[in-house]
Design a binder for this molecule. Structure first.
Ligand code: ADP
Ligand code: MG
Ligand code: ZN
Length: 599
């Protein structure tokens, strides 16, 4: 929190600076303009050049005074108290003319003053000032652009972490593994004397929001050492070589405050596989190489632990994972039911709940949620309770919060036509009916045609247990359930809509994974192909192989779609009942759904 605030303050300061500079430029421009007006406006004291020549010829001049290099001359006429000014078109010619006149016998005083160095410098500076300010403005602007949201670039963040292991719910095994690192940071001599080697680099793998940053901070907090953090994306800069020098500075800083923790978030941004291409890639390589050099250069008396976080460990350059570098990997998975309950308990602290609220049952309903999402749900529920002017957070507030976090905000204002409503009703009823007829699919928890986020409606499924493995049959039936929406649209309305695009995308993704990741294809057998990681992998395997994959994926999807249509035909009466109920009530609960099926 306070990190963000600090960044915000920095940004504010820069904005103020920008504004001040802008105003300054405008004011100076104004002054310069007035000056120019002034020089034009001395006409009552001005003597036109032709008049001056006349006056010289007529012998009326007492004194002419001019500064070398200047274009104006001061003229004193005989018998006139006031001095006049004349603008000289060509200084050289004028001086020659005067000398000619003096030689010809005209009598007047002619004084040529040397240039005043100070005046010259100041006028030059003054004329350059707007340019200088503009340059400053542009530099500042570009700097701010480069900063993005981060607020500052040149410095990593050093904080004194107050997070303790008790603030991290679940993850008992992971915490256990971390205890030796904490001990090492607290008492490195003991380990060194024994000749024990502690891993210097630990890779934390896991989805966003699973608590990687949290556990890294907890290690620093438990060991009571400084926590120096930087995000991998911050190393990537538009100026070549900057990334490497930042890595150097980061480690320099760490060596000064050692024992300490260095935390590199999103390490995949710098540590992804080195390729031979140029540009940004080679910049990454320099940064990555510097990181490797720094980690290899650790002395035994330097007590620095480098923790890095990533969601894509398979993208990392293998060199990063060699002994002495990030040779310890800890994978943080999604929390299980007990873990979810504990996370909820931690974030329920300081919040007021109604008596019927049961954190355990929330935990039961939130399989697949990350710690961050659970924390978010409780926070949202407190906001919703406040808006609804409840005494305490009720179960209904929490349900609302769950929906808000999962499907986006309820769009009550969106006006939907009757036709769209019918289409959505049959689409969602199609999902619900089809999945209810499939052995492996989870029970329906709620069906709704109230639009949320981008979706026109939604079907929520019960989650009865945490699963670690999914069978082929279950995946195949998942495809059928996903295509149930489109099948219902086609059969009932004899038309199809774009509403199923997300379903189709998800289904295609699953089908592809079944073939290329889980080896579930009969003809291709157990093989893993990751074209995202290596675009040439398919080329290597041959064109026919690629064709075979495409054919297998298509067969899976086609079969699922046929099965979905069959189920819709067979259960047409149930489908109609559910769709009609949806059109009437907009939302159907699990009990109502069961009742409609049984009727
Ligand atoms: P990551 O770095 O993996 O993206 P974070 O550590 O930033 O995730 O987690 C975001 C927030 O989610 C944390 O600040 C915390 O509030 C909550 N959170 C995540 N996991 C846990 C957990 N195991 N226990 C308690 N809170 C958690
Ligand atoms: Mg994080
Ligand atoms: Zn759908």
């Amino acid at each position: 929190m306070d990190e963000k605030q600090k960044n915000n303050n920095d940004k504010k300061k820069q904005y103020i600076l920008l504004t001040v500079l802008g105003v300054l430029i405008i004011v100076l421009a104004g002054i310069a303009y007035l000056f120019m007006m002034n020089t034009d406006k001395i006409d009552d004291k001005e003597l036109a050049y032709t008049e001056l020549i006349n006056e010289i010829n007529e012998g009326n001049i007492e004194k002419i005074e001019m500064t070398v290099g200047s274009t104006t001359a001061k003229i004193k006429l005989k018998g006139v108290e006031e001095e006049k000014t004349t603008i000289i078109p060509s200084t050289q010619a004028f001086v020659e003319l005067i000398q000619q006149k003096l030689e010809d016998g005209n009598e007047f005083e002619f004084i040529q003053k040397p240039t005043n160095v100070f005046v010259t410098i100041s006028t030059t500076l003054f004329s350059l000032l707007p340019t200088l300010l503009l340059v400053a403005l542009i530099v500042l602007f570009f700097k701010m652009q480069g900063l993005g949201d981060k607020g500052k670039v040149y410095d990593s963040e050093t904080i004194k972490s107050k997070v303790k292991f008790d603030d991290v719910a679940g993850l008992d095994e992971e915490k256990h593994e971390m205890i030796e690192i904490v001990d090492f940071l607290k008492n490195p001599e003991r380990f060194n004397k024994m000749g024990a080697k502690i891993p210097r680099g630990v890779l934390l793998c896991g989805q966003p929001g699973t608590g990687k940053t949290l556990i890294a901070k907890a290690i620093a907090g438990e060991a009571n050492v400084p926590f120096i953090s930087m995000s991998g994306s911050e190393f990537i800069e538009m100026f070549a070589g900057l990334g490497a020098s930042r890595v150097r500075k980061l480690f320099e800083k760490a060596r000064k405050v050692s024992p300490c923790i260095i935390f590199i978030d999103e390490i995949d941004a710098i540590g992804s596989r080195r390729t031979s291409s140029s540009g940004a890639e080679s910049e990454n390589n320099q940064t990555l190489n510097q990181l490797l050099v720094e980690m290899d250069g650790f002395d035994t008396d330097e007590t620095i632990i480098v923790l890095a976080a990533t969601n894509r460990p398979e993208m990392l350059d293998k060199a990063l994972l060699r002994p002495g570098r990030f040779d310890r990997r800890i994978t943080i998975g999604l929390p299980d039911m007990r873990g979810r309950e504990e996370i909820l308990k931690i974030h329920a602290k300081g919040k007021k709940f109604a008596e019927d609220v049961n954190l355990k049952s929330i935990a039961e309903d939130t399989a697949g949620f990350t710690g961050a999402e659970l924390a978010n749900i409780l926070n949202e529920s407190a906001i919703i309770a406040t808006i609804n002017e409840h005494e305490a957070i009720t179960n209904k507030d929490i349900e609302e919060a769950v929906k808000k976090v999962t499907v986006g905000l309820e769009k009550q204002s969106r006006v939907i036509s009757e036709k769209d409503k019918k289409l959505t009703a049959y689409h969602e009823a199609g999902h619900a009916i089809v999945s209810s007829q499939l052995e492996t699919q989870k029970g329906v928890k709620e069906v709704s045609i109230i639009p949320r986020g981008l979706a026109g409606g939604y079907t929520m499924y019960k989650s009865d247990e945490d699963k670690y493995y999914i069978s082929k049959t279950e995946m195949e039936e998942k495809l059928v359930a996903l295509l149930g929406g489109r099948a219902a649209e086609k059969i009932v309305l004899n038309d199809i809509s774009t509403g199923a695009s997300n379903d189709i995308e998800v289904a295609t993704g699953i089908a592809k994974n079944m073939i290329t990741k889980y080896g579930m294809s009969e003809s291709l057998g157990p093989i893993s192909i990751n074209t995202e990681q290596d675009p040439y992998e398919l080329q290597m395997l041959g064109e026919k192989f690629g064709d075979a994959i495409g054919a297998e994926v298509k067969i899976l999807l086609d079969n699922a779609y046929i099965r979905a249509q069959k189920l819709i035909h067979e259960n047409r009466d149930k489908l109609d009942r559910v769709a009609e109920a949806l059109l009437e009530k907009e939302v159907i609960s699990a009990e109502e759904f069961q009742e409609l099926l049984a009727r």
